[in-house]
Structures are given as structure tokens and as C-alpha cells.
Design a protein around this ligand. Sequence first.
Ligand code: KG4
Ligand code: ZN
Length: 405
Amino acid sequence: MKILSIETSCDETAISIIEATGGIKKPVFKIVANNVASQIALHTQYGGVFPAMAKREHIKNLPIVLEKVLKEAKINHTPSAEYGHSPLARGRNKIDLIAVTVGPGLEPALWTGIVFAKELAEKYKLPIVPVNHMEGHVLSVLMQEHPSGLKATSPSQGRKNAKYKTPKISFPALALLISGGHTEIVLVKDWMKYKILGATRDDAVGEAFDKVARMLELPYPGGPEISKLAEKMRISHPSVSAGTPSHLPLAGQEKFRLPRPMLHSKDFDFSFSGLKTAVLYMIRDLKKENGDILKNEKVKQSIALEFENAVTEVLVAKTLSAMEKYKIKTLIVGGGVSANKHIKSEIQKAVKKLDSNPLLYFPEKDLSTDNAIMIAIAGYFRFLKNKKGVRINSNALKAVGNLTL
Ligand code: KG4
Ligand code: ZN
């Protein structure tokens, strides 16, 4: 079936069309078209995402993104086309289902996608399936690039030429979801059966990356910027790695030591707000003694490295202990922060050491940060589970900012 999916939970306006077959047990996905309009450039000016501004941008971008997707899918559709006359509603290119993110996320932003989806569904008499954004992140790993596929060069090209295979998932699985809004360890007992084992008590890990980046006068979103800085120091000083005490190459090394919050707590919760504050104090103290240390690239690299190491150690330790406790057979890592190279390689190393030899999946590039492809995948699963989408005018279709799995 062909699924048109819409994602507007935060600062990306994303629409995709995918072809899904095979059912829940043996799904096969093919990307027909995909487009993302990022608001990053706009939000960079303000150092973060403002819901009212995000909403305005989504409203502006949705018709443009849809147009691009239809063009890429070679669906010759005019916005004024009546039901029955549009290729969206009939023929080879017929869309069977609309999937839309209903939460969690910024409610004003979510509503723009929902209203847009409802209009399309009403016009073309299509069922809508509401999608939980976090389920999208979990299922985003179901599209693993086939080595023989051609590489697409940018997300806007839709990775259409890439070939995908659906990886094997053995249960129980565990999902480590690390994004700008969430940090969760989720037990996945079976397809679509979740139990949240632990979550952050304050800031999400991506949020901490973004806030620390701002303290270091780096642009938004800060995760990739911190990662780049840390990487430079890691290459020039390979002895500084996660798990070892930080022998940072600067005077007064202890000054560069950051806490590993909740590393030894017996639960699977996280807390990153104290770590963020520790960075704030570190910068303040360094400035008192040395003036504007943020002009010194090495100092910035050292702080970025120590911060990334601290976050990584906590994420790895908690994930590993949950894996051992619940005898996990598959680890899925999803969300924007899963794109972080260091976190990825430390998780890979740690999982490799386990005797139980679990499967491990990260999303393909462009599928870790917010996108509509993962929403289409989750929409397919939910549609099959519920057998039908929600009726178009149903009140059930509403934005829920704090929706949980
Ligand atoms: O999943 P996502 O696109 O949006 C949410 O659902 O929140 O995640 C965005 C977050 C941002 O905080 C961004 O800084 C972070 O993911 N991020 C990274 C990296 N790439 C994106 N954090 C660390 N390292 C990265 N390479
Ligand atoms: Zn997300």
C-alpha cells in the first residue's frame, strides 16, 4: 500500500510517500518520495525553537513540501483537483493511507500537520492513522541500507535510489531513544508493545547538547557542533577516551572534569540538567581566572570532549545494565542524538563484549533526526494492527504534546 506521511512535531516540516508491503512480520518498504524543509536556519538566529514561529513555518512549508513530494513521485496533481480526478485518489499512484504525527511534540506545530492531513483525507476520502513520534524513532531502524544500493546524496533527494532491507528483530528488544525532547530506555516486548523502563528526570540529552553548545557560543542545533569539536580533540589526543579519567591536555586538568549524573543509580533514569549547570560553572570559573577562554579553540574542544564523554558513559552504562537485566536480544538506538559518532561507536564496542551476542541497529543517515519516513513506517504498523485508520472527522485525531509510548 502507498502511504503519505506528515511530520511537524518540532522544527522539521517533513512529508514522504512510501510503498509498504509484507505485513508486520515481514515488512518491506520502498521510498517513493521524501522531502524535509528544515527550519534550522530560522531557529539558529534565536538559539532554539519557538512554538509559535515553528507553527507559522509549518503552515507556510506544508503545501510546498507536498508539491515537491508529489513531483518526485511523478504524481501529476494540481492542488485544485477534485476528488476522483486527482491521481492521488485513483490509478497507479493512488495513495491508500495518510499517516500523521499526533505527539509527542510542540502542540501548535503538531496541529498544523494534523489539520493539513485532515484536509487531504477529507478531499480524497482517505483513512488517517495517528502516529506516535517516538514509535517512529523506534521503527526508523527497519530501513537498513542495502550495500548494493546507490547512495543518495542528500535527505531532500529522498534516498530514493538507496536499496533497503528490513533487518531481523528478535524480542525482547530494547530501544534507547535519545533526541532533543526525549531520553528514554524502552523495553519492546514485541511489535508495538512497550514499557518505559527509565527516562530523563529533567533535560533530554539532545537538549543538553544544544544548551551546552549555546554556552560555548556554537550555533543551533548544538549536538553536531559539540561532536565536531570533541572529535578534533579526540584525534589530537587519542588517550582521552570515554571510560578513562580525563587527562585533558590543559593546565589544571581537574577543572575539566564533569560529573556523570546518576551513573550508579540502580534505576534506568537519567538527569542531564546538573551536567549542563556544571558546564556553566566550569566556563564561569575558567573565565574568572583566564579571561575570555571561549576564544581559545583548545579550551572549547576540551569542554566539548569532556561533556560528550560524560553523556556517553551514562548512556552506555544504563543501556547495558537494562540489556543484562531483561536479557535483551536486539538493541535499537533512535532519535537525533543517535547520529553522534562517539556515542554510536561506544555502544557498538560495549554491545560487542556481551556474551549474549545481541543484534544492534542504528537508523540510517537522515533517519535519525526527525523525518516523515519513520512516521510512514509506524503508520503502516498501526494501520495493520487496528485494521483501519481513524475516521476522518473523528475527534480522536488531536495533538497530544506529552503523548507516551
Ligand atoms: O530526533 P530529533 O531530530 O528531534 C526530536 O525529536 O527532538 O533530535 C534532535 C536533537 C537535537 O538536540 C540535536 O542537537 C541532536 O538531536 N543531534 C545530535 C547530533 N545530531 C543531532 N546530538 C549529538 N550529536 C549529534 N551528531
Ligand atoms: Zn524526534
